[in-house]
Ligand binder design. Sequence first.
Ligand code: CA
Length: 530
Amino acid sequence: MTANNQVNQSRVIRVHPSDNVAIVVGQGGLPAGTRLDDGVVLGVDIPQGHKVALTDIGEGERIIRYNEVIGTALSAIARGGHVNENNVRLPIPPTLDELPLATREAPPVEPLEGYTFEGFRNPDGSVGTRNVLGITTSVQCVAGTVDHVVARIKRELLPRFPHVDDVVGLNHSYGCGVAIGAPAAIVPIRTLKNLARNPNFGGEVMVIGLGCEKLQPSTLIDDAPVKIFERSADALTHDETNDDANVLSLQHESFEGFGEMVEGIMEMAERHLERLNRRRRETCPVSELTVGMQCGGSDAFSGVTANPAVGFATDLIVRAGGSVMFSEVTEVRDAIHLLTPRAVDRQVGQALIDQMAWYDDYLAQGQADRSANPSPGNKKGGLSNIVEKALGSVIKSGNSPIVDVIGPGERLRKRGLTFAATPASDFICGTLQAAAGMNLQVFTTGRGTPYNLAMTPVIKVSTNSTLGRRWHDLIDLDAGRIATGEASIEDIGWELFELILEVASGRHQVAADRLGLYNDLVLFNPAPVT
Ligand code: CA
């Protein structure tokens, strides 16, 4: 697309020449009677982001977007008609039995050199983009106490430790009344363990518990040496984590009243703050970046603007030797046939299929199916069904080979592009990517969300300029300029890449951080509660 500041309000976007639908670009949509460039005349008003039929589509005929079938027509749709969730039948998902595994020859890539950021190196080989004290909790009962202590630490201790950016209580709703021995309980437990090891916490783990909870605080302190990435096997490991001095239970008999509990936590925090305060940023190659990609509040532009630009940035990071995760199983499931060929080998391809199968089963147990996604807001934004949403979502993964697949709450093992299996829920996906070790997240949105995390920076990218303008103080980068023809996917992809380096270096504060907006962590617990 060429640079053009004159936005054509009658503009529509057809992604692929084979598509028989296109997306209305202009704010406010297009009224009935509008004649498009190729002679199609709109039969009805069509809202922004929604699909117009470019040909007559007979009942039962295929509706094609991204050169893929997104459904069949429930009834005849005339050329110029409005294609939406009411006249599109959901196709059958790709079967998991006969998918091509690792069949695509990896595209030739030139290494990208010379790009760096300023990060905090950790003893375990990981690199942080922030210097934060994380306070892990083993049960929800202590959340109020931890909030109380965090406020006091910010007031009384942080001013004495100027090189520490923040203190964050890792509160959650797990720990009490949970079936701790159920096989699926491994998911929330390893998530909590691995969250504490996020690179932005500098290896300083402290756990606050109550005392009588099923999930005992000591189980969150791992005695196994932690190694990040296969390549950093020589890196130092932290030997102080398996230490009773880093676990505190409020019910411990030595505490006389609330005041003493608080003092106990403050003393423990001070020891960790002293060590964190010695950390300094140093120049690190992009290969030390671990970026999580997510979308939320998607619309029909997601798949033509923000997500392709994110995919371009994904490929840049991978070319520079860095790590990128993409996630959100329910938004990958219907595009899985496009991903399994990209696996580096058959095992990785099979691991992708195994994660899809696990989730199919999980949804079936809850008597839900994939039509539970998209949300009403997604549909209002022009996304008719999960197939269309999935095709637009997986573009975030760019074109790189998929080197590994990790389960929910597991820690990243390899550099390059990894599929980190998570639900699509923004908060659960964010929490699980943080547990996997991301040190920065990129989040695309079409409908808009003030989503943000306290432990890692989140760069928010709008898919359309209407949102970008309306939410000027919440959005960090507007990819809607791709739809209007003002910028190309490559332009925005490079802008995002440069912004990632600025934010990772602490030189640029993201919009939601300036406003001090933070969402709670949400654990994924597929196991029973008792
Ligand atoms: Ca999401």
